[in-house]
Design a protein around this ligand. Structure first.
Ligand SMILES: [Mg+2]
Length: 429
């Protein structure tokens, strides 16, 4: 196999992962819950998606539906929060900004994880360097992290997992003997890139630890898995096969959809929801200086409601001029909604997707475009600036409604908005 020729060059990759990220974000603004069990719920207060160490100890499982843990919550005085993605996104940006200072090669892997290259750091200094990163993130953003450092991404994931479990904060795996010792205790299903299917296959063949996988024969891997499987084995051996993706690919589409807190029958309420989705999608693509040529609108009733007929429909509209103007997009979306709406159904979800995205200014030539563009650009810019300065939705469109009775169920919402002065803590004198 071609990968046999890979050399073991010094790579040193660090994986920095925020601890119980959503919970940590809520704690930033609510110090009273610091040593208490805390849980954050998914959209519409559905399932548990983030747990503090205290909540884990009580036995609350990841992904469990909220109604199933209600007894545990009551008994142990667990603090519950509805998800606040605007807050988490903002704190994430701050954390990433701090991490960026420590390396010129960085891959943001998820909202709370990033890989960075530490190839320029001497091996004996890795631990100290990791501790420095951790300390600075904590000091500047208030978010605790765990850091795993190793020669490959897969091994840095292993190191990170151990760092989190042992609460040591930083784990460096750079000596063969230490790596092997850890891999012997490391469950096959916890390896990065080993999904459910692959894990089943390995287990069937008595490969139940990372160490066994590392020492499997190349012929067996070639015969029984694919390229990704082979790469994982190589990475466990300390041979880098998965590169850092330092350039963030621009988004190809932008989708905003929500399930409603209460079912919606009325078209006016659906219009409100579609308008609100358009506003947030348009703001997102404007933030990346993109324009959309196509918009898709979709609505559906609940597939689980046995007493009522199911209805689901969507429509895609090709816009005459690619745009990121909220008003234009809302106009098109409203027309689309009217075309697919059917009276007499109880709708549960609506969504819009902006696609055919392109960099603004690169769209095809249109006689009217330059004229319209300057006008709309300054209006949109003014809206975005106002909303950044005075809080989200300070300026909105009337059609987005004010009561928003369809909105997500968020019974435990912390109402913290880092873009709004109103949510700054006040000192009572
Ligand atoms: Mg995390």
């Amino acid at each position: 196999m071609s990968y046999i020729n890979y050399s073991k060059k010094k790579n040193n990759i660090a994986l920095i992962d925020c601890n119980s990220f959503y919970v940590s974000c809520e704690r930033l603004f609510n110090p009273k819950i610091i040593n208490k069990p805390v849980v954050v719920l998914s959209n519409n207060d559905g399932c548990v998606i983030s747990r503090s160490t205290e909540a884990k100890k009580i036995g609350i499982k990841m992904g469990e539906p909220y109604f199933k843990v209600k007894d545990l919550v009551k008994k142990n005085d667990v603090q519950i929060f509805s998800s606040n993605y605007a807050l988490y996104g903002d704190i994430s940006r701050r954390v990433m900004k701090v991490i960026k200072e420590f390396s010129d090669k960085m891959e943001i892997y998820s909202i709370d994880e990033a890989f960075i290259s530490l190839a320029f750091v001497e091996n004996q200094r890795l631990n100290e360097y990791g501790k420095e990163i951790r300390k600075k993130i904590l000091k500047w953003t208030g978010i605790p992290t765990s850091i795993g450092i190793a020669n490959t991404k897969t091994l840095s994931k292993v190191a990170n997992y151990i760092a989190k479990k042992n609460k040591t904060g930083v784990i460096v795996l750079d000596k063969e003997k230490d790596i092997d010792e850890e891999l012997k205790k490391f469950d096959i299903s916890n390896i990065w890139g080993v999904g459910k299917q692959l894990s089943k296959l390995y287990m069937k063949n008595n490969i139940d630890t990372a160490y066994k996988l590392k020492n499997i024969s190349n012929t067996w891997v070639k015969k029984n898995t694919n390229v990704l499987g082979a790469k994982t084995v190589m990475e466990l051996r300390g041979i880098p096969c998965v590169e850092l993706q330092t350039i963030e690919p621009k988004r190809k589409s932008c989708c905003v959809s929500r399930s409603f807190g209460k079912k919606v029958e009325n078209i006016e309420k659906l219009k409100e929801s579609i308008t609100t989705h358009c506003l947030s999608a348009a703001e997102k693509i404007r933030g990346e200086d993109q324009v959309a040529k196509t918009i898709t609108i979709s609505i559906r009733t609940s597939p689980f409601d046995r007493h009522r007929e199911y209805y689901s429909n969507s429509i895609t509209i090709d816009l005459p001029i690619a745009t990121n103007n909220s008003i234009e997009l809302i106009k098109a979306a409203t027309e689309g909604l009217i075309a697919i709406y059917k009276y007499g159904y109880f709708y549960q979800k609506s969504g819009i997707t902006l696609s055919n995205l392109n960099d603004a200014g690169k769209e095809e030539f249109n006689l009217l475009a330059p004229l319209l563009e300057t006008k709309s650009k300054s209006l949109m810019k003014a809206i975005d600036l106002t909303n950044t300065k005075y809080g989200r939705n300070s300026i909105s469109i009337a059609q987005a409604g004010v009561s928003n009775s369809w909105k997500m169920r968020r019974e435990h919402f912390s109402k913290i908005d880092t873009a709004s002065f109103d949510s700054l803590p006040m000192l009572k004198i």
